[in-house]
Design a protein around this ligand. Structure first.
Ligand SMILES: *[C@@H]1O[C@H](CO)[C@@H](O)[C@H](O)[C@H]1NC(C)=O
Ligand SMILES: *[C@@H]1O[C@H](CO)[C@@H](O)[C@H](O)[C@H]1NC(C)=O
Ligand SMILES: *[C@@H]1O[C@H](CO)[C@@H](O)[C@H](O)[C@H]1NC(C)=O
Ligand SMILES: *[C@@H]1O[C@H](CO)[C@@H](O)[C@H](O)[C@H]1NC(C)=O
Ligand SMILES: *[C@@H]1O[C@H](CO)[C@@H](O)[C@H](O)[C@H]1NC(C)=O
Ligand SMILES: *[C@@H]1O[C@H](CO)[C@@H](O)[C@H](O)[C@H]1NC(C)=O
Ligand SMILES: *[C@@H]1O[C@H](CO)[C@@H](O)[C@H](O)[C@H]1NC(C)=O
Ligand SMILES: *[C@@H]1O[C@H](CO)[C@@H](O)[C@H](O)[C@H]1NC(C)=O
Ligand SMILES: *[C@@H]1O[C@H](CO)[C@@H](O)[C@H](O)[C@H]1NC(C)=O
Ligand SMILES: *[C@@H]1O[C@H](CO)[C@@H](O)[C@H](O)[C@H]1NC(C)=O
Length: 631
């Protein structure tokens, strides 16, 4: 009996799912697409009884859409069928039959025919995009009184639609490339316009008197038209002269007007371009103020003039306004101990000089542990100096022991400690300077791997380093894969090389630095002064998974990015989340990326016990692209 009950329960479950997936609206939509090929009815969501959105852009749909079935879909708000190859006429009732329809996007299809207001009710549509279709004539727009955005560009309209005077809310109007020949005057009633594109038509009229108020416009393109510059505006001499001539020599006028208008358009375009450039410039400025790029040059300070007071304590202010104090009387009394080059005799005084008194212009970052400075020490020794603010209370001997241990951890993918300096309570550690900054910056802040152009403008130093060679190709999959393998190697070394595993505890893209040839070096390990709460190596594996997701998606590794990436793997829709910049690289590469995404999925398993070890991860990653040179 029991199996029979189970069967019954399953049957009821199954049928309830079935019926909830076939609401009246869904049936209607399926019917509306019955003459359309490429439509997948299982893409319709089963969650709601009334469908409010039909969003199917670029789905390779071809055929004729049966509009009639939409008539009873009373709750429809958004219809987006853009980027398909649908054809046919849009019936006139459609525009004003819905009480809630707000956005309609039919752009880039093969829809044709006329649009006219045979119906007498007002359309609720606010955004209408009919661009790149075959509409031959749009006779009346007066029912579209709620329109804010109207894009009719790239249709063969031939005559300007009527009823613009009723579109009082219209802010955005694109009529470019519509083969229009009329006077532009009816548009002058559109007082709310911010955006107006009339380019590539044969429109006539006076500029600017036949135009809407120019002071409200944020974008205007009138190039390739037959406008006449208005002789009532006195301050543009050149155009006045031309208009004057036009009056004298009528037969030649057509060509002249064209010339005037292209000159005029060039002027307008120039103004727009300048405006755009100014905005971009302003944005860049703001950005450079907010964040300092790790590869920006060391300020070429005049070290000779840096005065060092004879006796301490020495107080330094960081970029964020906090201070640190080196409580030493004599700056030469605190030695810099170098592990690699023990013959170099530096003291705290050399660090003060090389950083211009630990000035803000030498500061690279405000790290998790404290400020980080950049300095070139005598002998062309290019270093990053980190002040370990959290280690103030660690006593001298313990610190020295810790630094000596850390310096023993040598691996091509670890940023090994080069030296240290203990000045009073402050512990400073020295690392080799990494010219290409950190991975986070490289992935998320530089457009397609270009290094920061604004930093080149006033220095030549950058040009001598390998930095400039960072072409978009450097952002490619092979580089990213090599970086992933390098990080995995470094972490595996930390976890497995010593008798006791060393947990990094804070692996993020900002503490993975890149050498001149984009080899990753993990930094910031072994310095968890008060780190007992650390979960263990499996926490590092999780963090590695997040870094791998960032490498693959090009997105910052937020919780949402991780959820989306994991979901894509579960649904076998891997390609959906891959960085667009990577997708150009061909199918074999894409399959490698997909495999890597699956590894990231394993690493970010919720249960730590399900995550692989770093050694296993390294093996898997190396298998993906075995031709990689290894060391
Ligand atoms: C339709 O979509 C579902 C899931 O969205 C997918 O499993 C199925 O393979 C698709 N069918 C076709 C014919 O594309
Ligand atoms: C679109 O559909 C056509 C056949 O209707 C097919 O040949 C083509 O490969 C499809 N393109 C995409 C991107 O799916
Ligand atoms: C729309 O609804 C009306 C009445 O509610 C009905 O007579 C008509 O058949 C329906 N049309 C479609 C296409 O379902
Ligand atoms: C089409 O219009 C909808 C609704 O206005 C919008 O969300 C979507 O981004 C548009 N698609 C394109 C390709 O412009
Ligand atoms: C209309 O759709 C096209 C793409 O299909 C898009 O390029 C254009 O920006 C859209 N217009 C508006 C006003 O959003
Ligand atoms: C548009 O519709 C009106 C009725 O609202 C009608 O008088 C007119 O002839 C139609 N025009 C065209 C070109 O279809
Ligand atoms: C429809 O267009 C005609 C002109 O063709 C106009 O007289 C009429 O007022 C319009 N109806 C609506 C509702 O806008
Ligand atoms: C459109 O605007 C004109 C002139 O302002 C007005 O006479 C007409 O009634 C308006 N039409 C509608 C449908 O509001
Ligand atoms: C200008 O419009 C014509 C058709 O009116 C079109 O063929 C051409 O591609 C358009 N040019 C541009 C630059 O959009
Ligand atoms: C203005 O329109 C012309 C012709 O359609 C086009 O070539 C040009 O790129 C447009 N300029 C801007 C700034 O959009």
């Amino acid at each position: 009996m029991k199996p029979f009950y189970i069967f019954l329960i399953l049957l009821t479950l199954f049928s309830s799912v079935q019926s909830s997936c076939k609401t009246k609206d869904q049936k209607l939509i399926s019917k509306a697409f019955k003459s359309v090929s490429g439509f997948n009815s299982s893409t319709l969501t089963c969650s709601e009884s009334h469908i409010t959105k039909i969003i199917l852009p670029s789905k390779n749909l071809t055929g004729t859409f049966s509009w009639g079935y939409l008539k009873n879909m009373s709750k429809l708000q958004i219809l987006d069928l853009s980027g398909n190859s649908l054809q046919g006429h849009v019936p006139t009732w459609f525009w004003s039959s819905f009480s809630s329809l707000l956005e309609v996007n039919l752009s880039r299809n093969k829809f044709g025919g006329r649009i006219n207001n045979t119906s007498f009710s007002i359309s609720t549509i606010q955004k209408l995009n009919l661009s790149h279709n075959r509409f031959s004539n749009i006779v009346q727009l007066s029912t579209f009184q709620n329109l804010k955005i109207l894009d009719l560009s790239h249709n063969n309209l031939r005559t300007l639609p009527l009823g613009f005077e009723n579109l009082t809310k219209l802010q955005h109007l694109d009529l470019s490339s519509c083969n229009l020949k009329d006077s532009i005057k009816p548009i002058s009633s559109l007082h709310s316009l911010h955006y107006l594109d009339l380019s590539n038509n044969s429109l006539t009229g006076n500029f600017p008197s036949d135009f809407p108020p120019l002071k409200n416009l944020k974008f205007l393109n009138i190039s390739n038209n037959n406008f006449i510059y208005n002789n009532k505006t006195p301050n543009q001499n050149q155009n006045q002269v031309i208009i004057h001539r036009k009056k004298q020599t009528k037969p030649k006028s057509k060509k002249l007007i064209l010339a005037i208008c292209s000159a005029l358009s060039t002027l307008v375009l120039a103004i727009i371009s300048i405006w755009v450039i100014l905005i971009i410039h302003k944005k860049m400025k703001q950005r450079s103020k907010m964040k300092k790029w790790a590869i920006s040059l060391p300020v070429m300070m005049n070290t000779m003039n840096t005065k060092v007071e004879k006796t301490g304590p020495f107080e330094f202010e960081t970029e964020s306004g906090s201070t640190w104090v080196a409580d030493v009387k004599e700056p030469t009394s605190a030695p810099v101990v170098m592990f690699e080059k023990p013959l170099m005799n530096f003291t705290f005084k050399d660090l003060i000089i090389a950083t211009s008194h630990f000035g803000k212009e030498s500061q690279l970052a405000e790290g998790r542990c404290g400020p980080v400075y950049r300095a070139v020490l005598p002998g062309e020794l290019h270093v990053a100096i980190k002040v370990l603010e959290h280690a103030r209370d660690v006593d001298y001997d313990d610190s020295v022991a810790m630094f000596v241990d850390l310096a023993k951890l040598k691996h091509p993918n670890l940023l090994t400690l080069s030296g240290y300096c203990i000045a009073g309570k402050e512990k400073l550690v020295l690392y080799e300077f990494m010219a290409n900054g950190d991975l986070g910056r490289w992935l998320h802040e530089l457009p397609t791997g270009d290094t920061n152009v604004e930093d080149w403008t006033d220095d030549t130093w950058e040009l001598q380093t390998g930095v400039v060679e960072a072409s978009p190709k450097m952002m490619g999959w092979l580089t990213r894969h090599r970086i992933a393998v390098g990080i995995a190697r470094g972490l595996a070394y930390l976890h497995h090389a010593s008798s006791k595993p060393i947990v990094h505890g804070h692996l993020v893209t900002s503490n993975i630095l890149l050498t001149d040839d984009f080899e990753p070096r993990i930094s910031d390990f072994g310095l968890q002064i008060n780190s007992s709460s650390n979960g263990g190596t499996k926490d590092d594996v999780y963090c590695f998974g997040v870094v791998l997701i960032e490498l693959l998606t090009g997105r910052v590794g937020t919780t949402e990015t991780i959820i989306v990436a994991r979901k894509a793997v579960k649904e076998e829709q891997h390609v959906r989340v891959l960085d667009e910049r990577l997708l150009l690289e061909g199918d074999s590469m894409v399959s490698e990326m997909v495999e890597s995404l699956i590894i990231a999925f394993l690493c970010t398993a919720e249960s730590p016990s399900k995550r692989p070890t770093m050694q296993q991860v390294l093996g898997l990653l190396k298998d993906i692209h075995p031709h990689e040179p290894s060391f």
